[in-house]
Design a protein. Structure first.
Length: 163
């Protein structure tokens, strides 16, 4: 996500976002694909994970990563890895978009494997990890969408886009 372990600036300021929208990842896309991709507004905490009162703001993206709330249903308790009840302690954490129709009924929990999103490798989400300043959320190889990793970790990128 970033060369250093920080989630300051969130998705908006991440190095991966720059690569996906105008940098080396975008340039790997065929011209025919590029011409069809629409720019969309994505809601994200673009401050960082430690600010409980961070506001969710919009970015304009052609390629983007999914947020936690676009993948999994947001409940009051997100994960047993952390003692905080994210949705109540960090209100922004459930405001980064609604669960996509493709995942409804398939990704029904947030702390256990989900075969609908499992790819045998860790993959990034655009959501920062609540409570910590160095982590972004990711999906585990078994499809658990509530894990966090250092922002400098090398994980898979599963881009999303709209035509």
């Amino acid at each position: 996500m970033n060369a250093t372990d920080t989630n300051a600036g969130g998705w908006e300021k991440s190095e991966l976002r720059a690569k996906m929208n105008s940098g080396e990842i975008w340039s790997l896309m065929p011209p025919d694909f590029q011409s069809k991709v629409k720019t969309v507004r994505k809601l994200t905490n673009n401050v960082g994970g430690i600010d409980k009162n961070a506001a969710v703001t919009a970015t304009s993206d052609r390629l983007f990563l999914l947020s936690y709330s676009e993948i999994a249903p947001c409940t009051s308790h997100w994960t047993s890895d952390f003692t905080s009840l994210w949705a109540s302690d960090y209100p922004w954490s459930s405001s980064e978009g609604s669960q996509y129709e493709a995942f409804k009924g398939k990704v029904t929990n947030n702390d256990n494997p989900n075969s609908a999103i499992a790819i045998s490798s860790l993959w990034w989400e655009r959501s920062v990890l609540p409570k910590l300043s160095a982590y972004f959320l990711d999906v585990t190889g078994t499809g658990r969408p509530s894990r966090g990793d250092d922002a400098s970790a090398s994980l898979c990128v599963c881009p999303a886009w709209c035509f």
